[in-house]
Design a protein around this ligand. Structure first.
Ligand code: ZN
Ligand code: ZN
Ligand code: ZN
Length: 262
């Protein structure tokens, strides 16, 4: 099948919510990352996200405009649009039109599609996530979210690092504590300040408020103590982040360490 044929088949499968067919059109590997043993394949990651979107946006339409390139790589502008009529990841529907577009590079891999978003414009991406109510409005960023939003950690990873695979981090052997013993930012409590989310230091267990809070106590601790790795302890989140390497690790990192640390 040509790249045009593959893209048509893919957008038609999504429009028909035929997830099995859509999944069969995607290569098992990501554009820049071959999933390791026990790691979900690209279709296993991507199709559930599109299915979530389609349940929130029943008229979801995907487009690949301005396709260029003689292969093996092709460039296009990807866009998604529709009407936000159902809940998405804990955020209630707004009833409003939603749209996001970004340059994309495509490649065929044994007759299947692999893709990578290029030069993701962060303000536009944040605006798109705001359309879905997944990020607070700019003037309320330091406040707790109004409802229990739970964005899939794979989405957070791609948004925060721009890649599907793990970044190198030389600090994983520094992990000493994986479970929190407190559920407050003590420094914020002392001054009566609110926070959106909590992070826990994986070296010493210090709990502080996140990087969108007013005080950013978790990051301040990481810098002062020289403890680079933290995890989210918001709701049931357990992803980890290295401030030094800008590396994101999904919850299975800590799940794999469970029992080895207190
Ligand atoms: Zn690191
Ligand atoms: Zn620490
Ligand atoms: Zn704080």
């Amino acid at each position: 099948m040509t790249i045009e044929g593959l893209l048509d088949a893919f957008t038609n499968s999504v429009a028909a919510t035929d997830w099995e067919r859509a999944g069969r059109l995607l290569a098992d590997g990501f554009f820049d990352h071959v999933p390791g043993e026990g790691e979900p394949t690209a279709p296993e990651r991507i199709i559930p996200l599109i299915a979530d979107l389609a349940s929130a946006v029943p008229d979801l339409a995907l487009r690949f405009d301005g396709l260029t390139g003689e292969g093996p790589e092709h460039q296009a502008t990807f866009s998604l649009s529709g009407t936000h009529l159902g809940p998405l990841w804990g955020a209630p529907p707004t009833g409003a039109a939603v749209e996001w577009s970004n340059p994309i590079t495509l490649r065929t891999d044994a007759g299947k599609l692999a893709f990578r978003f290029d030069d993701v414009a962060f303000p536009e991406l944040v605006a798109a996530l705001r359309q879905f109510g997944l990020i607070n409005p700019a003037d309320l960023m330091a406040e707790p979210p109004p409802y229990p939003v739970s964005v899939p950690e794979f989405v957070l990873k791609v948004v925060m690092t721009g890649q599907a695979g793990d970044r190198d981090c030389s600090h994983l052997s520094d992990i000493r504590v994986t479970e929190p013993t407190t559920r407050v930012c003590a420094a914020c409590v002392a001054e009566g300040t609110n926070w959106p989310a909590l992070r826990m230091c994986l070296s010493c267990g210090h709990v502080g408020c996140c990087d969108t809070s007013r005080n950013k106590h978790a990051k301040a601790h990481a810098e002062e103590a020289g403890h680079p790795l933290m995890r989210s302890i918001r709701m049931d989140e357990s992803w980890a982040w290295c401030y030094v390497d800008d590396a994101f690790f999904e919850g299975r990192l800590l799940a794999g360490l469970a029992g080895r640390h207190g």
